[in-house]
Design a protein around this ligand. Sequence first.
Ligand SMILES: [Zn+2]
Length: 251
Amino acid sequence: MKKNLVAILIAIFVSLVIISAAFAQGEELTLSLSKDFGSSGFNSDIQGTFTVKASGPANLERVQFFLDETLLGEDTEAPFAIQFVTDNYPTGAHDFTAIGFTTDGKQIGSKTISAVFVSKEQASVAGFKMVVPILAVVFGFMAINTVTNMINILKAKKLPAGAPRNYTSGGGICPNCRRPFGFQLLGIHMFGRKLTPCPHCGKWSIFKRASMNELYTAELAELDTEKAQIYEVSDEEKLRKELDDSKYQNL
Ligand SMILES: [Zn+2]
């Protein structure tokens, strides 16, 4: 009885090994397409120089690559790959397949990769069509931003210290010149912060929305700084006058 059981177990084990070996042998080649030079767009449109690659079991000896039904080429050394130029073939839909040959004389197939060959003109038109709207949006946004910033700076130059501001879209205080200003509705916002140049000194910063209290305090501080600046100027003028006076005295 025991001998029989062992025999059955061995038989099961051996058949499992055979089955898994058969699975391993029955595997497909992995096929991939990569761009060397050219363009690849939506709908698997390709144009230019591409390489079709295949990989499989360790005992893979050579691979034949097919474009539709015709042999594209054969590679007898790993990594198995064939380079081709789409312009050498008619435009339209094409299928890639490969057959691998192992050292023990087995043949392995592959899945099919489909691609649409397009002409250079079609590829550049497609690329242009993709790029133009993106560029239009980017440049449009940049133009709007530049114009609003310029308006901000022009407006602010006329804005004396202590002048009333519009804080309806919130406001911030410049870390450079400490002057408060009202935010424009348009602009670059991120995580509740605003990236904008200071309309007073023109320095770009990321501004946190300041509270009304902080803004008014800053407005008052702004008045004080301006007064201080006026005094500084008048002190300088006094000194200059004294110097001039001393010159005359020396004469
Ligand atoms: Zn500033």
